[in-house]
Design a protein around this ligand. Structure first.
Ligand SMILES: [Zn+2]
Ligand SMILES: [Zn+2]
Length: 447
């Protein structure tokens, strides 16, 4: 029998979209399954033009936007497309964390294939499904625990928590019959749970892994400014103390660490932190997964309020948060008493909020990845129109280029595969063990 192999079906020379297939004799498991953030993904489908819900996999396969894997997709998603339905030939999918580029295509998967996620990720996916249009499909969900091995046939998978810009992110050690693979998922070295990340790489080094599959979002040229989470806190503190007006901030909707940072900064200067109904729902749902009191919960935490956007209809899940919610008029009148988290999609609220000229807008997200980013241009048009002061203050969810090279050296894997990066070549500085993987090529493990 030939030995185990690893194959990259996505995440190759692109950020996001990891789809890693590990095959060992009759056993086949997949790690992560979501769309990439590369421009190619938007060549055919954009906001207003999406695959049909009656045949999503068929419509994505038309442009090779998902891999042609037999025995993976559901009968419904394939529709009457040319890739015919087959009984499952993939025996499990492990999801490293709840970001869309790792979990966003799960709804295409055959409902008979087990999906393995961390307990907290399950909670997050549920909360996201309830409060957005995102769907993950029906599956036999299996919840794994930190550092507790899961067996799928002859393969053993050990999930390790790592620090990232969403809680409950995991890396994995994958033990096959012919060798061990360490897969990092997305991770950082500088966040509040950095010790988890360090512990994973120590375990990978101790295991003398044959292959290291490592994300490289920030490998190569990285002109984007980045702070640590503590650095974001002091930068936000400065703005909130110096500015006498309403302060606005935008951040990633699932970056719980950042929401905590903004909340704590606001409360420390006697401002109230005002969040969207969706964020209120998310905080409420994830709080039980954290130590008591760690997460501010609407209705319980002092200084946390909910913003009432003008809407014609409200969903059932929104209603409990709306009773005490603040309308635009109140936020406008209260001005400097508030730090309001406002998504780009909700910018029309500015028309009612009318913050005084010079009011601070804290952009607590990554700077755009391309020069001609449309969203970025639109955001700046709005900020200019209202005369708001732009402040860039962000801590990345990813390790820096120098950190990545250091990790590769310290882990000492016999083969290193950089993925989730536009610059795999930047890893070559780490030595001859680095191989820039090609799409859909099987690489033997342990030989
Ligand atoms: Zn990612
Ligand atoms: Zn991520």
């Amino acid at each position: 029998m030939t030995g185990a192999s690893i194959r990259f079906l996505g995440g190759v020379r692109e950020i996001g979209g990891n789809k890693i297939l590990i095959e060992d004799g009759p056993d086949r498991i997949l790690f992560d399954f979501g769309p990439s953030f590369s421009p190619r993904a938007e060549e055919y489908y954009v906001d207003y033009l999406q695959p049909r819900s009656t045949s999503r996999a068929k419509d994505l396969l038309e442009f090779d936007l998902i891999p042609r894997v037999p025995g993976l997709y559901s009968r419904a998603a394939l529709g009457d497309g040319e890739l015919a339905y087959r009984e499952p030939e993939v025996h499990g999918i492990f999801v490293s964390h709840a970001h869309a580029d790792h979990a966003g295509y799960l709804d295409l998967v055959d409902p008979a294939i087990p999906v393995h996620v961390g307990e907290g990720t399950r909670t997050l996916l549920d909360a996201i499904e309830k409060s957005t249009r995102m769907k993950y499909g029906e599956h036999p969900w299996t919840v794994f625990r930190d550092r507790t091995p899961v067996r799928v046939g002859g393969i053993e998978v050990v999930p390790f928590p790592v620090d990232h810009s969403i809680p409950f992110a995991y890396a994995f050690l994958v033990r096959t019959r012919s060798g061990t693979v360490a897969y990092t998922g997305d991770f950082r070295h500088h966040g509040p749970r950095a010790s988890d990340t360090h512990a994973f790489f120590e375990a990978a080094a101790a295991e003398k892994v044959d292959a290291l599959v490592i994300e490289g979002t920030r490998a190569g040229p990285d002109p984007r400014r980045n702070l640590s989470e503590a650095g974001v806190r002091s930068a936000v503190d400065r703005v909130l103390t110096e500015r006498p007006e309403l302060a606005l901030a935008c951040t990633y909707p699932r970056d719980i660490d950042r929401l905590r940072t903004l909340y704590e900064a606001a409360v420390s200067v006697d401002r109230e932190f005002v969040v969207s109904v969706r964020t209120a729902h998310l905080l409420t749902e994830v709080a039980p997964r954290f130590p008591a009191g760690a997460i501010p919960v609407p209705g319980k935490a002092t200084g946390l309020r909910v913003y009432a956007r003008k809407k014609r209809v409200s969903y059932l899940w929104e209603r409990p948060y709306l009773e005490e919610a603040l309308p635009a008029e109140e936020v406008r009148a209260g001005g400097k008493h508030y730090l309001l988290a406002l998504d780009l999609a909700h910018f029309p609220e500015l028309i009612d909020l009318r913050p005084p000229k010079g009011s601070p807008f804290i952009h607590s997200m990554s700077e755009p990845f391309s020069e001609d980013d449309v969203d970025d241009r639109v955001m700046h048009n709005w900020l200019d129109h209202f005369g708001l002061d732009f402040h860039q203050m962000h801590a990345s969810g990813h390790a820096s280029g120098p950190e990545l090279l250091e990790i590769v050296g310290a882990t000492g894997a016999r083969a290193v595969y950089p993925i989730h990066t536009e610059h795999p070549e930047a890893f070559s500085k780490a030595g001859p063990t680095v191989r820039s993987p090609e799409l859909d090529v099987p690489y033997p493990i342990g030989r």
